[in-house]
Write a protein that binds this ligand. Structure first.
Ligand SMILES: Cc1cc2nc3c(=O)[nH]c(=O)nc-3n(C[C@H](O)[C@H](O)[C@H](O)COP(=O)(O)OP(=O)(O)OC[C@H]3O[C@@H](n4cnc5c(N)ncnc54)[C@H](O)[C@@H]3O)c2cc1C
Length: 431
């Protein structure tokens, strides 16, 4: 056995035995063991033995990740908190790989429609200021942190397919990755207005990541009339930030009052008054018919179902999100519930594959049903619960009380800042 092979084997055995102990304690009916990472590789770890020696020793497929024992797909909120738990248990170094679509180390996503959108003179939030886990008072895990902890990060290379039998993933750039245990933390993508009604016109924005927020900020530098579509928390936060830019802002939504799923009509009324006092206009109870482009192809007006037209030069759409199950559909994971169905330890029905955060449809014990929760508190807690269940003998049920918050008008010089918290049922998506 070559030195490199021994290296992998030692690690795999250590891991497998701690796993086996945990598994036999808690899994009962269908125990499983993580597969030791496969040995095939073309790019050897730096070692004293020569390349030729590697080439003679390895006959299996080559893999493009060094850390193969645990792989997290998705580099967002949940991934950042899971990484912290792996580090706390001494199981990250040389073992954990995170594959991310984004260019940045995991960050606290809620900042994007809050401090991030403020104009420059009002001291906006910027990376590296809000990397996980600062949102819960934890360490700021910058790119250097991941390097120091021996966590392999692959950026801007989304996973496009999975081979369950071979325990491999393929990325957009064609990398072949091997995993022992896999955690799916792909979150959601912003729901879009259909292209045929102008949902992809230049000047129409959606906001899910830093790139989206940067694109919006650069358009706001030229915007005069803004239309925000959607009266949920994203729409309300965007509209509040637009006040800091002194934009002529109109919010449009089909419901009778804003934050319909969370607020009572009277609470919504007070909230709305506060926005109106800051110059924001409301168009309620009607939907978008289509968005129109001007002669330059850029969005120029919004046609509503009630027959009215609103002129605009920038539209921000905040109409919800969809679980990013893409590469994991039709491979035997249950996605019929909208997200990826897991049990109270975040295990999918395929041994060794887990799902956490926004994408996971889990048993919400308190309400006795399967639910997905698209809020950051759940992303953090589900990540920690799942990682602990994998790495320790923890076997207790995830017993979660949904919690959600929003903060608006927090820019420098704002006459009043608002912050609310919500505990319980209304803000969740149930099946
Ligand atoms: C603008 C905004 C504001 C928010 N504000 C609040 C708030 O005020 N309060 C609150 O409670 N919650 C808020 N949320 C929700 C909260 O941010 C999410 O619940 C949380 O980020 C979920 O974490 P996650 O890791 O599951 O998903 P995400 O943080 O979305 O991370 C998923 C990651 O996976 C990546 N990815 C997707 N597909 C692939 C693939 N195939 N391969 C590799 N990578 C992939 C994505 O690019 C992303 O980096 C907000 C969300 C947004 C978008």
């Amino acid at each position: 056995m070559s030195p490199a092979a021994r290296f992998w084997s030692r690690k795999a055995m250590a891991s497998a035995s701690s796993f086996a102990a945990a598994a036999s304690l808690k899994r009962g009916v269908s125990p499983w063991r993580p597969e030791p990472p496969a040995l095939g590789r073309t790019t050897p770890r730096r070692s004293s033995i020569g390349l030729g020696c590697f080439r003679r020793s390895y006959v299996a497929a080559a893999f493009d990740n060094e850390n193969r024992e645990f792989v997290i797909v998705g580099g967002g909120n949940a991934a950042g908190y899971a990484a912290r738990t792996f580090v706390e248990h001494g199981m990250a170094d040389g073992r954990l790989c995170i594959v991310s679509k984004e260019a940045h180390a995991p960050y606290e996503r809620p900042a994007l429609t809050k401090g991030y959108l403020f104009p420059l003179e009002k001291k906006p939030a910027r990376l590296p200021g809000f990397h996980t886990c600062v949102g819960s008072g934890g360490e700021r895990q910058t790119a250097e942190w991941y390097k120091e902890k021996g966590i392999e990060m692959l950026h801007e290379d989304p996973v496009t397919s999975i081979d369950i039998d071979k325990q491999t993933l393929t990325t957009d750039s064609g990398k072949l990755l091997k995993y022992g245990s896999l955690i799916i933390a792909t979150g959601c993508t912003a729901s879009r207005l259909p292209e045929k009604i102008g949902g992809s016109l230049p000047g129409v924005h959606y906001i899910r990541d830093v790139a989206d927020a940067n694109s919006l900020i650069s358009s706001w530098e030229k915007t005069k009339k803004l239309v925000v579509v959607g009266g949920g928390y994203i729409g309300m936060e965007v509209a509040a930030a637009a006040v800091a830019w002194k934009l002529n802002t109109t919010i449009i939504f089909p419901e009778n009052h804003l934050l319909q799923r969370l607020f009572t009509p009277s609470l919504a009324q007070r909230y709305e008054e506060f926005y109106k006092d800051n110059g924001v206009k409301f168009v309620k109870g009607t939907s978008i018919k289509h968005l129109e482009a001007g002669s330059d192809g850029h969005v120029c007006s919004v046609k509503l179902e009630d027959g009215s037209t609103i002129e605009t030069d920038t539209v921000v759409v905040g109409i919800g999100a969809k679980p990013a199950v893409g590469p994991f559909e039709r491979v035997g994971l249950n996605t019929s519930v909208g997200g990826i169905q897991v049990d109270s330890q975040f295990r999918t029905k395929i041994p060794g594959i887990f799902a956490i955060g926004d994408v996971a449809a889990f048993p919400l014990k308190i309400y006795d049903r399967i639910a997905r929760v698209e809020h950051v508190d759940h992303a953090r807690r589900s990540a920690q619960h799942c990682a602990k269940s994998i790495l320790t003998a923890q076997s207790h049920t995830y017993d979660y009380l949904p919690y959600f918050y929003s903060r608006v008008f927090e820019y420098e010089g704002s006459p009043r800042k608002l912050w609310w918290q919500f505990f319980g049922d209304n803000g969740i998506i149930c099946y």
